[in-house]
Ligand binder design. Sequence first.
Ligand SMILES: *Cc1c(COP(=O)(O)O)cnc(C)c1O
Length: 393
Amino acid sequence: MNKLIASRIYTALGVSPGTRLALHEPSFKGTDALAYVTDCVSSGWVSSAGSLVNTFEKQLTDFTGAQFCVAVNNGTSALRLALHLVGVKPGDEVLLPSLTFVATANAISHLGAIPHFVDITTTDYGICPLLLDDYLSRTAWHRDSILINRSTGRPIKALVPVHVFGTPASIEQLHNLCTKWGLRMIEDAAEALGSLSGSTHCGLTGDVGCLSFNGNKLITTGGGGAIITNNSDIAQQARHLSSTAKLPHDWEFFHDQLAWNDRMPSINAALGVAQMEQIHSLLKHKRNIHKLYADSFVDVPGVSLLEEPKGTVSNYWLNTLILADPCTQTCIDKRDSLLTYAHNLGIQMRPAWTPLHLLPMYVNHPRSSLVNTVDAYTRLINIPSSPSLLQPG
Ligand SMILES: *Cc1c(COP(=O)(O)O)cnc(C)c1O
């Protein structure tokens, strides 16, 4: 089984056995990244005052269809700002999946709020609307139109769906639930640049969407993130609070509230601008890689490939194998034996993140039953998906 999977990966990508394969490496092939960085350095405009930040934001609004974009220093900051701007306060609970990168929960905790974990579907691996609705009707009630967790007595303020591996979550249904229960919705679209539900870009159904441009993401600025939104108040506040809440003035330093220093520097935006010029070809490569894997794994027993749900477009950021076995120790052993085998060959693969409710800082946090989450953790394996695999030069 391990040998077969490894050989099908080599075949799909058209590389000879033994080729080292990274999970996802940044590529600036065929871009003007060096020229933009050089311009930045020789002009001296390297900080967030440089014009490339505006250029990058304009590219992102053009590409996603968002009315507003604010580029920041990483995706975690984008999430934290977004949560703050929809009114999440210390002591509030925020609903999120447990199967996500730790940043989703950390951003909540950094505000003094409490991550509250809910279960996912076994199709898109995002928050399950049916389970959520049922869970809330058993767990929460409204007091003066504020949703309260019956067992902790704390307000539940917001929902943070995550589009994992670029696969759009059931976002319309989740949005309807937010309306029904009176929750704000912030989408963690860190992995989902170029992913759509219907014709809506991930991140634009809720109040705010958060993107990441970390080194392993589809587009990278070394480190970076952004808020996208159609809400002008949120956009304005995000800009203000990410730059120390300083009022514009030629010489006076006057800050009208406590704020952060989160803006993206221009030297980082230089990389993003260069990559955004190639975003359509980058996405085409990702889709091709997915197609090659789909063809290569079609007759391999015991595994399937994560596909975009009907009515959505995935950016196929990370291709994901799904082991067929139900969640048992045998399945975990199989998974780990495959991971070990692949790593010894130099094929970088990894399981889904350890569910956050199992991490030391989150073990005692409120949560629903997380059966699907734990099941997914034992069965999902990300496989090499670098767009550079198909890029000439
Ligand atoms: C990458 C990522 C983030 C945030 O990332 P930064 O490293 O802070 O840019 C948040 N959520 C998810 C799901 C991510 O994959």
